[in-house]
Structure formats: structure tokens, C-alpha cells
Ligand binder design. Sequence first.
Ligand code: GDG
Length: 465
Amino acid sequence: MRRCDVSKSGRLIIVSNRVAKPKRRGAAAGGLAVGILGALKESGGMWFGWSGKLTDRETRDPKISRSGNIEYATVELNERDFEHYYNGFSNRVLWPVCHYLLSFMQYESADFDGYRRVNTALARKLAALVKPDDVIWVHDYHLIPLAAELRAAGISNPIGFFLHVPFPSYEALRAVPNHEYLLRSLCAYDVVGFHTERDLACFQQSVTQPDIGGSLLPGGDIEIGGGRLKADVFPIGIDVDELQDLSLAAQSLSRVKSLVRSLAGRDLMIGVDRLDYSKALTQRLLSYERLLEKYPNTQSNLTYLQIAPPTRSGVRAYEEIRAELEQTSGRINGRFAEADWVPIRYLNKGVDRKRLMGYFRNSAIGLVTPIRDGMNLVAKEYLAAQDPEDPGVLVLSTLAGAAAELSEAVLINPYDRDAVADGIGAALNMPLEERRERHDVMLKTLRRNDIVAWRSRFVEALHGR
Ligand code: GDG
């Protein structure tokens, strides 16, 4: 992998809701965790955030551990705080609003108070660890107020914020009580980053509302309350070489070979998504059902593997999706299955990363149909895992951030079941030459906007403040 100089002087401190310490070799790791870890390994530094453990006591000082050139500073959260801050305001208010799903929003002022309380507590714990030359990079919607709280605690180092989910239009955002507070808090950062131009435009539109008072300067900076911040687009990417190598090496795994054997020569279509309503999995199953109805030759010839690891078990809406998915996949399988073919293989669990890349490589179609997504790393990983000589086809939602970069995918509107069914049909019939050409163009894009480009551009912007 290319190296980049993000170190300059001082440490890089990464702050995210959850700190993902490296797991045993080959264990599941999300794209974000891999990206953050890669940035820290190159420059050295500290990763600060929640340990994943709950306590019935008040939040105490961070536990510090070290692995190579990375220090991990983790705090346990109090159960009550966690419920309000994480399940409550973060995941029952900010997550649905950022995904334009206002009917899923459940606002409670006690949750908002908890969100502020936890951000204040985390900022105080972090402030005690910050050295004068450090730069601080905060990730995602759980931690919007962190910079303002760090400033209140006397920290004047450069602080950046990257939003992994979409930034909603002002019309959606203003449904959130206290949205002015959120916008002003974002303005306490030196650099604010988004995945796409659309997200950036929504942010600019929001902070320049008269009651917020920001003004857009030539060159794109935003001036507000006598201060200035840079807001820009930094599309997250992947380590293309690593995933190409992994998917090739995975061909010899016994679990990958046995999957291929079990297909008995049929085509495989794969979907991999956390079990989340923004991924619109029930809608996707119904689109697949439409395909089987509309194109009967796909019956007995196309197997659909959906991997959907559970997530956020404390949020009620997630329990409901799980029940709905089990019911819908069971019904479709009951309707179409034959003695020697089951249309949908639905796994409500995660699989090892290497094995996943092997599954991708053997799939003729990668199906990615969220009704809204900041980027969607699965779309990029699927492409990187393909054999360039005989690549599969990505069928991608126009409402995922990735669609802004991957225009050679088969782009569909996930709300339109016929369009999804037709898109899968077109992908199945696409000639080899066309598949290669489209894959080649997209792979070049993935290399240009890879994970190194993402983090080095962001950290450079931060050093430039
Ligand atoms: C947020 C934004 C944005 C999933 N299942 C398994 C597994 N995964 C890995 C994937 C991928 C990651 O988790 C999921 O990333 P996504 O980007 O698809 O989605 P979110 O989790 O919602 O992430 C999103 C992202 O942040 C980064 O900015 O793109 O829009 O919502 O890496 O491969 N990995 C393994 N087993 C699984 O079963 N090993």
C-alpha cells in the first residue's frame, strides 16, 4: 500500500464512539475500523472512545493500553448515559433524520440531555490526554458537540470532524428539536468533512440559515461568529490491493469452496448489510421476488445470499426489521423453492472478512440497495474482490453516496421494485466485454479515491488550519 506523510509533528488523535482494538487474525472488522487503524499505524497516535463495556458507576478515567505505535484510551460508559446518548439521541433521532426517515425519529429531551452529558464527559477525559502538538480527528454523529466541549475545556489544537452518514437537507434537519445547537456545535470544528458534494451542499445551506449566521466565503470556507472553518468532500475509500489479494487467497478456503459446490453451477447474487432499516432489506427481498415473477428463467438459476449481521439490539425498530425479514424470506422461499434449490439464503450473522471477500469474488451480482447511505463500503469492496478478467456486476442504489463515484454500476432506484428486478436482469445478461470495461473504469476510481487518499487529504486539511 502507498504510504503517506500524515505525521508532520505531534500525534494524530482519533475519536470515535467505539474503539475497535485489532482482533485476532482474520476476525470481522468493519471498513471504518480498518481505515482508522491504517491511519494510526502509519503516523502513530491515539484512538480514544468508548470501550464497548457498560458500568453502573459514573464514567471514570480512560484505560490506556498500547499496541505497536498506537495507544488506545478507552472509557466505560454508565448504563443510563449509554441508553440516552447512544440508543436514544444518536440512534433514535440523528441516525433516522440523517437518512431522511423522519417517521422513525423518536425524540425525548432526556435523550438530548444525555447526549450532551456524555459528550461533555468524554471531552473532559480526552482534554487531560491532549498534548500541544496533537491534531484531533473526531468521527461521526454521536460526537457532534465534542469540539465545542474540548474548546470549553481549554483545548486549542486543530480539531476535525468527519460525518460517515449523509448530511440531511435543512428541511429534514430542522425537524430535530435543538438542530440549531447541532449546527453551531459543528461550527466549532476547524475542518468538517463529508462523503459527497450533496452532503456538503446541505451543510452549507444549513449553516448559512439566518438564525445560524454562517456565510460562505469564496474558496468554500465558512465564516461564523468571527471564526472560520473548512467544509469539504472526502469520499471514504478502501485498500484495493489488500482486498484483491484477500479475495484471491480466499479461493482456497474450505468454506468458500463448499459455497461454490453448493451452487451446482448456478449464479450467485450477494447482499451484505448490517440489519438496519436504511439498508431496506425487506424491500430488497420483494424486488428479488419481482425478478422471479417477471423473469421465470431466473427461477432455479439464481441464488441470492443475504448476510445481515444484527446491530443495535437496544433499538426497537431493529427487532421489528429482523422479524419482518425472517417472515418475508420464509414466504418467498416457500413460494418458489424446489427440492434442489432455495432462492434466498439468509444469514442473520456476520462472517469472517477473508471469507466474505471470497464470497464476493464468486458472486455474479453484488446487490446494494439502501434507501439512503453515506457511502456504502460494501459496494466498493465487492468491486475490488472481483476477478478483473471475469468480473461480476454491481447493482447499486442511486441513493447511496457511492453512486456519485460509481456511475458504471447498474444504477437503480431502490423504491422501484421493477427497476431493481430489471437491473438484476440486465446485470445477468451483460456481455463479458461490457462487464470488464465497466469494472476497469470503476477500479481506477477506487484506486484514485482509496483509503490512503481519504485519510491523508483529511489530515493534511487539518494540519493546514
Ligand atoms: C457507515 C455509513 C459509510 C458487514 N457485514 C460484515 C462485514 N461488514 C463490513 C463491510 C463493510 C462494513 O462492515 C459496513 O460498511 P458500510 O459502508 O456498508 O455501512 P455502515 O456500517 O452503515 O457504515 C456508511 C461507512 O460508515 C464508512 O464511512 O460507508 O454509509 O452508514 O466494511 O464489509 N464484515 C465482515 N463480516 C460481515 O458479516 N467481515
